[in-house]
Write a protein that binds this ligand. Sequence first.
Ligand SMILES: [Fe+2]
Length: 342
Amino acid sequence: MDELDRVAVLSDIHGVLPALEAVLAEPEVAAADRVVLTGDITAGPQPAEVVDLLRAQGDRVLWISGNADRELVEYRRGERTEIPDPIAPYAATALRADQIDFLVTLPKTLTLSVRGLGKVLFCHATPRDDEEVVLVDSRPSRWAEVLADLAEDIRTVVCGHTHMPYVRLAHGRLIINPGSVGMPYGRTGAHWCLLGPGTDLRVTPYDIPTAMTRLVHESAYPEIADWADYFLNARASDTEALETFGPRDGRRGEAVVEGDEVVRALLAAMATLDDLVEVGHDSHSALSTLEEIAHELGRMDSGERRRFNEVLERIAAEEPGRAAWIRGIPHALGGPHGRDRA
Ligand SMILES: [Fe+2]
């Protein structure tokens, strides 16, 4: 693998054309050996224009699919009937058929050798999943879990998804999140980073009132004025975003899935409520409690769901008498809840 001197990383552009144009106009982006897009390129107000502009840059741009790009493709192909993000169905229909066909081909990760950083793995959320959450303050055991399957020679990992920039070490590996070009939390501007030989977290300011006016004129999304005001002005603070996303990295006290004992206790409570509903005893409050549990479980992201299913499978194997009921629980749960989008 040839070693590259400079790589620009643009993450979570989310169809915000004026922000993308501002970053592409940066001399260091124009001069970079490669530009890597770490996913969530399209889910936003101007997806077709953003894809066209990036494809016009040619082979120096390397693309990775994010969970939001995947959701648009699934929606257009009839593999899902809804997407929790309110702007996503609009974005899905605003893309041309040839652009959908292109997005289908995108990889989930790629590896490059960068001067000063060694072998660098680029992904959207984590190397193993396109929507699970890790944050700057995720605990060491969480990092060990999400990096467990990584090849030993990968010393640097670049991930996006949470729209907040940081650089930190995790078990000897350098972790870099460039933040978001189009939907930043905590601070305005188009966030990106320049790799090689160091890691330079950058923010490109652009004229936000002018960009908002452009979006209102150029995007047909009915709620574009409110959408642009909220995201371009970074109305959500980084503290609010960390509080919202925090529970999704399984941190103590807020975890949806914490371990076998917790899941066992949850199953015991669900079984008791089930019995109460069956014998007609106080069935109203038992049913609403069951619904609340199902709602919380339905908010799990794919990584949490996988851990939950693994625990269920262990318990089912130990309890053949009610294994079918235990294994049926994931099927009974709905899709992910609409808030906490990244
Ligand atoms: Fe995103």
